[in-house]
Design a protein around this ligand. Sequence first.
Ligand code: SF4
Ligand code: SF4
Length: 466
Amino acid sequence: MATFLSAGDTAVAPAAFHIMMKPRGAICNLDCKYCYFLAKEMMYPGSRFRMADELLEEYTKQYIEAQRVPEVTFAWQGGEPTLMGLDFFKRAVALQQRYRKPGMRVHNAFQTNGVLLDDEWCRFFRAHDFLIGLSIDGPQRLHDYYRVDKGGKPTHHKVMHALALLKKHGVEFNILTTVHAGNADHPLEVYRFLRDEAGARFLQFIPIVERDNETGYQEGEKVTDRSLTAEQYGEFLCAIFDEWVRRDVGRVFVQIFDVALAAWSGNRPGLCVFEETCGNALAMEHNGDLFSCDHFVEPSYRLGNIQEIPLVEMVGSAFQRKFGQDKRDTLPRYCWECEVRFVCNGGCPKDRILVTPDGEPGLNYLCAGFKRFFTHIDRPMRLMAAELAARRAPANVMRILATEEAARQRLFATAQRNDPCPCGSGRKFKQCHGRNRAGTAADGAVGLSGEIAGARAHQQQREGRP
Ligand code: SF4
Ligand code: SF4
């Protein structure tokens, strides 16, 4: 495979960068229907798909050396990294200790489908403080929609077993949930399952936008019917946010909500997808090939091989820097003029397959969903950001909203027929929310239909209005 680096390519690597290592390449013991990585197997015909020990050592050494900050995170992914066997990771942590700079903190993050986890794996994870990312798409029927094994059989019971093991051994974990055509219309079922039955405290919701083509590369504008729609994504996030912001702030952490709060507080979103530029989160294949990003493991984005070109040179190359800056430099004017651009930044370039209403290419497939969600959360986010600025807990937002809600209910309950409707529509109460009040003779004698009031209040809350 070609590399894009030339002899004169100036290397200015960032002070810190992140590599997602795939020691077993695309090899996996499951056959999740939406997986974007299984097709990468075709890039290495005849390979054993096993990272060699010498390569592991070279990578560990260079990766640590290249970081000009006092900590480093080794991220293991796949394919399925447990297929390397536990001894590989024992060697990995030993090498990390050997090459660690004085005072440097070394972390390990490990993404798995959980199928092969047992007590021994979990004892190891606990002993070495691994952070485990476990993939669960919701309760059984929603998880098993696409997450099946090589024989097409369901896998939910296996991942729940893995979860129980992680908890038993006190291993830190977060849950990665993909949102797709099969579960996107069931946000609360998914969220409540993860919160109440899985007992998860750290959640990530990853939208599935899967290109429909033969190569598995980021080519063409068609997406598969497993992909969710932008509208589904927006509604999915809004529904979960509405439940979270009323009862779970400070005890359940949802990545995109944290990202949003950072942005509303005037900080950088902290997740490449929502940053103005990217390019500092790369991916390495089992043979040492380095790619611009985990979502661009394809020949056009291969930077070279760590056995031939120093890692720091590839990461700092003009090609890679341009890759990251293009995220901002190719943003359509429509996005620059968007009121939620400060948090969205146009989303991930891999999903920018639409044209804007004025005909400019490069609009994100999920735009309508981003807009819906980020607009919807504006007011609660402002409240939380204000609490943070005053050095108080963002969780206070729950009390503030509950107090407002109670006041709103009182207004509805006492409104007279000819009063302006408390919903703020500008119409009289009797022509708006009072329309269905049972009995019309005695103003205020009969409360507004609970259902209608509830539905309207809910709608208002969803619109972020007081
Ligand atoms: S291409 Fe997307 S996923 Fe990759 S680094 Fe950029 S924003 Fe992140
Ligand atoms: S919401 Fe849409 S228009 Fe606004 S920045 Fe994001 S992708 Fe661009």
